[in-house]
Design a protein around this ligand. Structure first.
Ligand code: PLP
Length: 427
């Protein structure tokens, strides 16, 4: 059997940075990643047999815990009938009906294969439908790796200090206007100047790629009004928040209706799935009912649809989100207590089943504040809890995720590990 170290050495020879997605490489926190052999419920086991209580959840999809029997069995049943057909299949229709039922602003939906594809397609639709070229995004928000979005992006890009990636043509970056998150006056000023050229504004309604930052009161409503007034489309990127912060996503939680919404992560139940949807008059402009082209060989894949549908069944159980939010609160309050006991400046944010931990005395509501938190202390803390069997996201700029599989005992064990790790990390 190979060790984590041996596998990483082999990986480094053949995969850029040893990984297939940058943040997995632990560059930001230092050290080497572990290689997961299997996952179940709240836990991951690495190839050396070490168990971790997992707060990454495959970066969001695993809201019912890993390897849930209902999801696994749905996949097993679907696989028996074939892996991909290239024709329409019944599960796609059920998926579209389920999403449109759960998210009222979405009247029609198109399935794709990742969150990146969903956001790229939504922007094309916004441009095609409005005949305008510019888009607005927010500093520290991440919408996948499409050219238009790798401008002041969060998450991996923020971790690596690459605000705009080489390879993004200037002509493309110039069409992306950026704003500070949670600052309505800045958005009003930009729209006053360039509102008539703006096709759409895309936002994570709860920011989850500069750690976790909820919108301040009235902010999303204010953006809605601005977009309506200037004829720009409001696009909620709910790839992370969809079915994570509430059943209908952040838009239901905050009572704001976007024109378009993008999804990913949870709707695939762990399979590679994304989707975008919204107003019928907009979605009908997508090919083949309209002229705006977008397609996919594997889109609406029957196995992926089966996994997603099983997942969407599980989260509709009464009280699911209340319990998830209560557990998340227990965890965050516990972290706060541990930090207070240790005399370490610390704050948390949380919405539904997502949370953020900040080594900062301030309650963080902006990108600027998030980037001034003590990342060196976070990195020592990360390794301290990791060696005690707790897996937090390996970057100070990622949100954490809880699942319905995390028990009170898992949370108590996590807080004990945090207590010990913090005593060590604060030096
Ligand atoms: N949008 C948001 C808000 C995300 O968090 C992510 C990924 O983390 C994406 C889009 C991109 O999704 P994917 O990694 O599936 O391409």
């Amino acid at each position: 059997m190979s060790t984590n170290h041996e596998l990483f050495q082999r990986a480094l020879q053949r995969l850029p940075g040893g990984v297939n997605s940058p943040v997995r490489a632990f560059k930001s926190v230092g050290g080497e990643p572990f290689f997961t052999a299997r996952a179940d419920g709240a836990y991951l086991w690495d190839v050396e047999g070490t168990r971790y209580i997992d707060y990454v959840g495959s970066w969001g999809p695993m809201v019912v815990g890993h390897n849930h029997p209902a999801v696994r069995e749905a996949v097993e049943r679907a696989v028996k009938d074939g892996l991909s057909f290239g024709t329409p299949c019944p599960a796609e229709v059920t998926m579209a009906e389920t999403i449109t039922k759960l998210v009222p602003s979405v009247e029609m939906v198109r399935m794709v294969n990742s969150g990146t594809e969903a956001t790229m397609s939504a922007i094309r639709l916004a441009r095609g439908a409005t005949g305008r070229a510019k888009i607005v995004k927010f500093e520290g928000c991440y919408h996948g790796h499409g050219d238009s979005f790798l401008v002041k992006a969060g998450s991996g890009a923020l971790t690596f200090g690459v605000p705009t990636s080489p390879g993004v043509p200037k002509a493309s970056a110039d069409l992306t206007l950026t704003l500070p998150y949670n600052d309505l006056a800045a958005a009003q000023a930009l729209f006053a100047e360039q509102g008539d050229d703006i096709a759409g504004l895309i936002i994570e309604p709860v920011a989850g790629n500069m750690n976790c930052i909820p919108p301040v009161d009235g902010y999303l409503q204010g953006l809605r009004e601005l977009c309506t007034r200037h004829g720009a489309l409001l696009i909620f990127d709910e790839v992370m928040t969809g079915f994570r912060v509430a059943l209908g996503g952040a838009q239901v939680l905050y009572g704001v209706t976007p024109d378009l919404t993008t999804f990913g992560k949870i709707i695939g139940g762990g399979m590679p799935v994304g989707a975008y949807g919204g107003r019928r008059d907009l979605m009908e402009q997508i090919a083949p009912s309209g002229p705006i082209y977008q397609a996919g060989t594997l889109s609406g894949n029957p196995v992926a649809m089966a996994a997603g549908l099983a997942m969407l069944e599980l989260i509709q159980v009464a009280g699911f989100y209340d319990t998830l939010a209560a557990r998340t609160r227990l965890l965050c309050d516990g972290f706060q207590l541990v930090a207070d006991e240790a005399g370490v400046p610390f704050s948390t944010n949380r919405v539904g089943g997502m949370f953020g931990l900040f080594f900062s005395a301030e309650q963080v509501s902006s990108y600027a504040q998030a980037t001034t938190a003590d990342t060196a202390l976070f990195n020592r803390f990360f390794h301290g809890v990791l060696k005690r069997g707790i897996y937090l996201a390996p970057s100070a700029f990622e949100a954490g995720f809880l699942s319905s599989a995390h028990s009170d005992q898992d949370i108590a064990d996590t807080l004990q590990a945090a207590r010990e790790a913090l005593a060590e990390a604060k030096g």
